[in-house]
Ligand binder design. Sequence first.
Ligand code: ADP
Ligand code: MG
Length: 255
Amino acid sequence: MIEVKNLNAGYGKRSALWNIDFSIPLPAFVGIIGPNGGGKSTLLKSILGELTPLTGSIRLFGKPIAEMKNRLAYVPQINSVDWNFPIRVMDVVLMGRFRPNSWGPFYSKSDREKAEFYLNAVGMLAFSKQQIGELSGGQRQRVFLARALAREADVLLLDEPLAGVDAGSGERILSLLSEYQKQGRSIVMVHHDLLTASTLFDHLVLLQTRLVAAGPIKEVFTLTNLQTAYGTDVSILSEMIHKLGQTPANLSDHP
Ligand code: ADP
Ligand code: MG
C-alpha cells in the first residue's frame, strides 16, 4: 500500500501540491498524470523523500518512507541531471546495484551480470564503455532506466521515462516495465501521454496542483476528471479521441 495523507509540498514559500490524500494497494502499476506544472514531479520527489513535505505524511507498506528508501528505485526527469560528470555507461548502471551497507565499493560478478542484463534490455549494451555525456538524451534516459531496473527494488519511481526516447525504444521500455510489474513489483510513473495511459496503468493519480482523482483507472480515467484536470485545454482530449477513432472505451462517462 502507498498512502499519502494530507500532503502539502512546495519550494520555499510556494506551494506546488495542496491537500493530497490517496491510498493505492500494491503491487500496482500507477500512472501520475496531469497538466504541466500540476505537481507530478513534486509528488514523485515527495514519495522519494527528496523533498520534505510542508505537511502530511507518506507511507509505503505501512511504514514512513524514510525507512523504506532501500526498497525504492528512481529514474529522474532527464533534464535534472548534470551530464558533465565523467562516468561510463556501465558504471552508471552499476550504481543501481550499490547498497550503502555492503562491504566496500566493489561489485560482485552477479552485480555486473545484472547491469549487463538490464543494459541489454533497454538496448544500450553496445554503449557500455562510452561516457554518459556522449549520449543523446533518449539514450541517457534508457541508461538511467537500466540503472533503476538493476536495483530490482519493490517500487520503481519514474518521471516521464519516455521523454526524448524514439517510438521504437519507447515501446520496448513500456513492455519492459509491464514485465517488471508482472513480477509482483510496483511502478509509479509520471506520464504525459493520455493515449498510452488509458491502457498502460491499472491505477491513476490525476493532479492539477490539487488531487482531481486517484484510484483504479476505470474510476479515474473519465471525461469529467480529465476536463477538470486539463481545463480548457481540451485539444489534448479531442486529439486522443480522434486517434482512437471513437470515444475510448475507458472513458466511461456518458455524453
Ligand atoms: P509537473 O511535473 O507536473 O510538470 P512540477 O512538480 O515539476 O510539475 O512543478 C509544480 C510547480 O512547482 C510548478 O509551478 C513549478 O514551477 C514549481 N517548481 C518545480 N520545481 C521547482 C523548484 N526546484 N523550485 C521552485 N519551484 C519549482
Ligand atoms: Mg515534471
